[in-house]
Design a protein around this ligand. Structure first.
Ligand code: GTP
Length: 169
């Protein structure tokens, strides 16, 4: 799991972690406006050759189950937009988080999950944003529990939060 703030360098770190072999990106972002469309176009242009890409805004757990395979690294980018898409669709966020964790645990190959840490700033002034922030914090905790390794990226640099041997001090 690769956590970080906006423009912290977490997607680039996750891409480097995936190495050079068979790599698949599951992108959860949707181009809801021109600025987002330009962002996505920039990501496509900057992406190194060799990546297969699937765009899946909602059924992330199904995509992970279908795409994770021995010898292939799957990068899911990002859980925060997936959560936002679920909330906009009035989905049951808690049961979908459980389904995602089950898919991660059952995956037949390595899965790298990118997520935002959104809880470090002031309390949002509207209930929707507060619910989003709380759901994001719960989702990150649930995924970090089942992840073998967790990194926090700040200013492009990784802080190791959890290794396969356990949590770092
Ligand atoms: N639909 C779609 N989305 C993409 C594609 N490539 C990247 N994205 C999305 O772009 C989003 C990340 O982009 P940004 O918002 O520019 O990056 P950021 O997370 O603020 O920055 P970093 O922390 O530096 O990675 C992720 O949620 C991806 O889903 C793509 O090919 N298609």
């Amino acid at each position: 799991m690769v956590l970080g703030g906006a423009r912290s360098g977490k997607s680039g770190f996750a891409e480097r972690l995936a190495g050079q072999g068979d790599r698949m990106l599951i992108a959860t972002a949707q181009a809801g406006d021109d600025e987002m469309a330009a962002r996505i176009a920039r990501h496509r242009a900057d992406r190194a050759a060799g990546w297969a890409v699937i765009e899946e805004p909602l059924a992330l757990e199904d995509s992970i189950a279908a795409q994770a395979a021995p010898g292939r690294v799957v990068v899911a980018d990002c859980l925060t937009l997936w959560l936002s898409n679920l909330m906009m669709a009035d989905a049951d966020v808690s049961s979908r988080a459980n389904a995602l964790c089950a898919a991660i645990q059952a995956a037949r190959g390595p899965v790298i999950l990118v997520s935002n840490e959104v809880g470090l700033s002031i309390v949002p002034d509207n209930p929707m944003a507060r619910a989003f922030r709380d759901n994001a914090g719960r989702l990150n905790q649930a995924v970090a529990t089942v992840a073998a390794q967790v990194y926090f990226i700040a200013a492009g640099l990784p802080l190791v939060l959890k290794t396969e041997a356990g949590q770092s001090a």
